[in-house]
Design a protein around this ligand. Structure first.
Ligand code: ZN
Ligand code: ZN
Length: 150
């Protein structure tokens, strides 16, 4: 089941959507889980667990780092969110679970989503006998925002 959030679209009725998503993925809604999911829905920059923790913590200091990490792991396990790795090998969390590519900016570190066509047209060599479970397209370079700063 793909979560119904269009790339870059602003959220309306976030609370409803948060509750609905948790329910849909069979996750018991607790206050902390709602906070984590609400944050993920508001930040499409593919934040790290640390960034997610710091942002939520600044608004409600009672939340612990362990709670945030455990919640993220649970969301990933249930398929509610996805993860990707950057060069620094830190997991970045992504509210979008449908197929999409990532553009990693080498300057600001932001990860952008993009859609693409011609999926699976790529031919892989030397992988006879391997089961490919998912295909990730990751492009690297300098994003538009960073280019205009120069
Ligand atoms: Zn950038
Ligand atoms: Zn993404």
């Amino acid at each position: 089941m793909i979560i119904n959030i269009k790339l870059g679209e602003k959220m309306i009725d976030t609370k409803d959507k948060v509750l609905h998503s948790l329910e849909e993925y069979d996750i018991k809604p607790s206050y902390q889980r709602m906070q984590v999911l609400e944050y993920l829905m508001s930040d499409d920059s593919h934040p790290t667990a640390d960034v997610i923790y710091k942002n939520i913590h600044s608004k409600s200091p009672v939340i612990s780092k362990a709670t945030v990490y455990n919640t993220l792991n649970l969301f990933v396990k249930k398929g509610l969110i996805s993860t990707m790795m950057t060069d620094k090998l830190e997991a970045r969390y992504d509210i979008v679970t449908s197929d999409h590519g990532h553009f990693v900016c080498k300057k600001c570190g932001r990860v952008y989503n993009f859609e693409y066509e011609q999926k699976n047209k790529c031919k892989y060599m030397n992988l006879d006998g391997f089961d490919i479970e998912n295909e990730e397209i990751v492009l690297k370079g300098i994003c538009k925002d960073c280019k205009t700063v120069d």
